[in-house]
Write a protein that binds this ligand. Structure first.
Ligand code: ADP
Ligand code: MG
Length: 598
């Protein structure tokens, strides 16, 4: 033991002083230095797409076509019809700190281009095999240069149409450590898709096309119609519903689209902000947006926005982040207030503001009409359970079976959210959503285990359009969804049709449920196939269970109660929350001072 300690101690001493003894200070080779620098700019395939697309936009392209294979691991190609690069400048273009966009440090405060660091092509070239082919207007043919792991090849003539094509192959082939940090193809593709969708929105005058593994994912017309781009990203319905915002105030200009309060998502992913044509992800301005919506949205719901802010270049510092994903404003508070007011004003002007709490709880809109549609039908359940009699569950429940809840006498529904029932030992309040989740979950799991999930073809297939990123996610889940009785098929770009769904869920809004499921996938990127079946079933049931605020007929309430009594674990929903609260006779007596008083 003592000897061992000694050994450890000696090794430790060598490590501590080792860097001086064995490695004198020296300059890094250009190759290593550029790989390190590349790390700041090129983090993943999407960063390559971003840099190349930004270059194309800076070159004044009207048409940008992005081709990706294996989520960008094996190929990323960006072709544009921009101004092109003169052949004698090709080697410079791929050199570090070589740019045509900036001459002096002062220019940093009047930047109107997306690029300016002169680093992207050099960085990408140092971690991949890059081919740059370009032809300027007026020349009859193009030229080409190859860069492999940072080594520039010779400039050679090449056939090309006017513009530039950058082909990036085998990204990170020489930096295996980077490669290991890449996420699943699904995730990497999603980041690319999201990025390109954002730029398509920001530059409606440019024709964008994205092809992934031979499949076209995105295509815009480039006819300056931003609402049309919205439609190709989110579907016509969403595009129609979006509200247009326009505001100006002393050097600040805001334009774009925001969703009405009735159109929300479960995460912040569709909140997009552009500042001077640059997509900025990490900004306090998102808080200004959220504030504008405050009290108008339910907790945990977020708007869809595509906001374009223009400020004088001098009022904003874009050079604070290597990938330029952050900016700093000279007058942060003023910009914040401007954005918040502009959005709030637009919201209030367009949308009559519903009072959410009463709507959510009672299922009525303020004018008294029924707004929560009763999309939950128990018809299918009733077919499976012909013995249910209107007199109450007790009468029809077959031979008493072992359950964790006693037989209950239904009293009614309160707040269109809870069922009230009486049992031998007191009062029960049952959360209708949690209870229904439990019931659906156990039924679905039973059917799944028997490998027999009865499905019903929809009379009219429900269709929905997703963002390209969501579509890419859903594509990977189709097969699995099928095994659970959902027949979902691609139906045009980023559009899907639900043709059949499990009988268990008959009457539910299939498209809404599918959209909700996709949002779940976005939240939790574990591929479904790798999850426990039970967890997946729980997700599905959560989405399709009756909601709080949904009025239920007496018949439906009774069936729910009977079904719950028949569950194996009736006291919790599949996510572990309680389905019921029990107020025991004993507790009631104490509360009313009957106990002890006697
Ligand atoms: P930056 O964009 O910061 O200037 P890059 O390394 O991305 O640096 O590009 C270097 C230079 O190559 C640019 O300044 C530009 O002159 C030229 N260039 C790059 N891509 C294109 C393109 N698609 N079309 C025309 N010129 C380009
Ligand atoms: Mg650039």
């Amino acid at each position: 033991m003592i000897a061992n300690k000694g050994v450890i101690f000696i090794e430790y001493a060598i490590i501590r002083s080792g860097y001086n003894l064995t490695m004198p200070i020296r300059l890094l080779s250009t190759e290593v230095a550029s790989q390190i620098a590349a790390g700041e700019v090129v983090e993943r395939p999407a960063s390559v797409v971003k840099e190349l697309v930004e270059n194309a936009l800076d070159a004044g392209a009207h048409s940008i076509s992005v081709t990706v294979a294996e989520a960008g691991r094996s190929l990323i190609e960006v072709a544009d019809d921009g101004c092109g690069i003169p052949s004698k400048e090709l080697p410079l273009a791929v050199s570090r700190h070589a740019t045509s966009k900036l001459a002096s440090a002062d220019d940093l405060f009047s930047i109107t281009t997306l690029g300016f660091r002169g680093e992207a092509l050099a960085s990408i070239g140092s971690v991949s095999r890059l081919t740059l082919t370009s032809r300027i207007a007026g020349e009859s043919s193009g030229t080409r240069i190859l860069v492999e792991g940072g080594q520039n090849g010779k400039v050679t003539p090449a056939g090309a149409s006017p513009g530039t094509v950058v082909r990036v192959e085998d990204l990170f082939y020489n930096v295996p450590a980077r490669k290991k940090f890449l996420k699943s193809d699904l995730t990497e593709r999603r980041v690319i898709d999201t990025f390109l969708s954002r730029y398509a929105l920001a530059y409606p005058g440019v024709r964008f096309k994205l092809t992934e593994d031979g499949k076209q994912r995105l295509g815009t017309a480039g006819d300056d119609d931003r609402r049309a781009v919205l439609a190709s990203l989110y579907g016509v319905e969403v595009a129609k519903a979006m509200l247009e915002v326009l505001a100006e105030d002393d050097g600040l200009k805001l334009s774009g689209f925001i969703s009405p309060t009735s159109l929300t998502r479960s995460n912040r992913r569709e909140m997009t902000f552009f500042i001077n044509g640059r997509w900025i992800q990490d900004i306090p301005l998102n808080a200004a947006l959220t504030q504008a919506y405050r009290t108008l949205l339910m907790v945990g719901r977020y708007p869809l926005t595509a906001i374009f802010l223009e400020v004088e270049p001098a009022a904003v510092d874009v050079n604070v982040h290597p990938a330029k994903a952050e900016v700093r404003f000279r007058e942060q508070d003023r910009v914040f207030g401007f954005v918040q007011r502009a959005v709030r004003r637009a919201l209030l002007a367009y949308a009559p503001v519903h009072s959410l709490p009463s709507r959510g709880l009672w299922g009525h809109s303020p004018d008294g009409s029924q707004s929560a549609s009763l999309d939950w039908s128990m018809a299918a359940d009733l077919d499976n359970r012909p013995v249910v009699s209107p007199d109450g569950p007790q009468a029809s429940t077959p031979a008493p079976r072992l359950t964790n809840v006693p037989l209950l006498r239904l009293i009614g529904q309160v707040g269109t959210t809870y069922l009230v029932a009486e049992g031998p030992d007191g009062l029960y309040l049952i959360d209708q959503h949690a209870a229904h989740e439990r019931v659906l979950f156990e039924k679905l799991m039973q059917q799944y285990e028997r490998r027999n999930i009865p499905a019903q073809t929809l009379l009219e297939p429900a269709s929905l359009t997703l963002s390209p990123a969501q579509a890419a996610l859903l594509d990977g889940q189709l097969e699995w969804l099928h095994s659970f009785g959902f027949q979902v098929e691609p139906f045009g770009p980023n559009t899907y049709q639900v043709r059949a769904m499990p009988t268990l869920f008959t009457g539910s809004d299939a498209a809404a449920a599918l959209r909700a499921l996709v949002e779940d996938f976005e939240e939790d990127e574990t591929p479904l196939q790798e999850e426990l079946q039970a967890r997946i079933a729980a997700r599905v049931c959560k989405r399709l269970a009756v909601k709080a605020g949904q009025p239920l007929s007496m018949e439906e309430q009774r069936t729910l109660l009977t079904d719950l009594e028949n569950c194996d674990s009736p006291r919790t929903c599949p996510h572990g929350r309680p389905t019921m609260v029990h107020l025991s006779v004993d507790m009631l007596e104490r509360q009313f001072g009957r106990k002890g008083a006697r």
